[in-house]
Design a protein around this ligand. Structure first.
Ligand SMILES: Nc1ncnc2c1ncn2[C@@H]1O[C@H](COP(=O)(O)OP(=O)(O)OC[C@H]2O[C@@H]([n+]3cccc(C(=O)O)c3)[C@H](O)[C@@H]2O)[C@@H](O)[C@H]1O
Ligand SMILES: Nc1ncnc2c1ncn2[C@@H]1O[C@H](COP(=O)(O)OP(=O)(O)OP(=O)(O)O)[C@@H](O)[C@H]1O
Ligand SMILES: [Mg+2]
Length: 243
């Protein structure tokens, strides 16, 4: 059974412990307008009322997402800063000599990595830790950009499947609009997690929690999990047989 109140309280205490253990002062998190970052920001705000900083980082992003991010920070009273990454994205494409004809993901994965760099600037500046927002469902199938949105110091939601994140969101008074919207990485227009993964969160979460799924779902999830194993590990280290 998922005792949401108990889990939420433990989560807030866990955040405090991780920050104190690192001799840090607070938490910085990217706020996208989606539910994962909303839950992390809300829990951080409870743990560190004056030392939680949300960064809203549009990078040719949907305006509605920014509006939802603003709705969250205003409702929960979270300190925030907006950092527009459009120009730096253009600059890096120019610097590497991208033509624009590359595979969509080759270009899109730059965005989360620019956000990671922006978050670490603020973490170092204020002695904060970077909180990641990845959940167990995403981690299982590798649905994140390596060293982009996964380039973080702590992962408060990694034990929770998406449906549990939605429950936590209700508990933390995240606006309904944010809870009800379709999960999206926001890397291109009309991208949604479920469309890209080829399965629904209902199917994915049920398979993770109970092992029950259709053969098709099992095949997709097992394959995505196998292919993304390298993303859940430290880079492999060469060890010479002798010196
Ligand atoms: N076996 C192996 N051992 C070690 N490293 C390996 C490897 N295979 C690939 N790699 C490396 O990994 C790279 C590919 O991984 P990666 O760069 O992550 O790229 P990739 O997994 O292809 O794309 C990221 C996926 O996550 C989704 N995403 C991204 C960001 C946010 C969210 C969200 O939900 O908000 C979702 C995105 O839509 C896309 O489906 C390769 O270019 C290579 O450098
Ligand atoms: N425009 C953005 N501004 C700030 N942070 C962002 C932005 N887009 C993505 N991020 C960061 O990347 C994380 C990963 O995105 P992801 O889409 O998985 O989570 P979400 O948007 O919070 O929730 P959902 O998965 O339901 O859309 C976000 O939680 C947030 O921390
Ligand atoms: Mg999102």
């Amino acid at each position: 059974m998922f005792d949401v109140e108990r889990v939420a309280n433990e989560l807030v205490e866990w955040l405090k412990e991780r920050v104190y253990e690192a001799a840090a002062k607070g938490i910085v998190v990217g706020i996208s307008g989606g539910v994962d970052s909303a839950v992390v920001a809300a829990a951080s705000k409870k743990a560190f009322p004056n030392d939680t900083l949300g960064i809203i980082m549009p990078c040719y992003s949907n305006l509605q997402d920014e509006k939802d991010a603003m709705l969250l920070v205003n409702k929960l009273g979270i300190k925030y800063k907006k950092v527009v990454l459009d120009e730096v994205y253009d600059a890096i494409l120019k610097a590497v000599g991208a033509t624009g004809n590359e595979n969509r993901l080759v270009l899109a994965n730059i965005k989360p990595r620019l956000r990671m760099t922006t978050l670490y600037y603020h973490a170092a500046l204020y002695n904060y830790l970077v909180a990641g927002t990845g959940n167990r469902s995403e981690l299982t199938v590798g649905y994140f950009t390596k060293y982009g949105d996964s380039g973080v110091d702590i992962m408060p939601l990694a034990s929770f499947v998406k449906h549990e994140v939605w429950e936590l969101a209700r508990y933390f008074n995240v606006p309904e609009e944010i809870i009800n919207k379709a999960p999206s990485a926001g890397l291109w227009e009309n991208q949604t997690d479920e469309k890209e993964m080829g399965i629904t969160y209902k199917e994915l979460d049920e398979y993770i929690l109970t092992g029950n799924a259709t053969e098709k779902v099992k095949r997709i999830v097992d394959e995505l999990n196998r292919k993304s194993q390298h993303k859940r590990e430290m880079p492999k280290i060469f060890v010479p047989s002798s010196r």
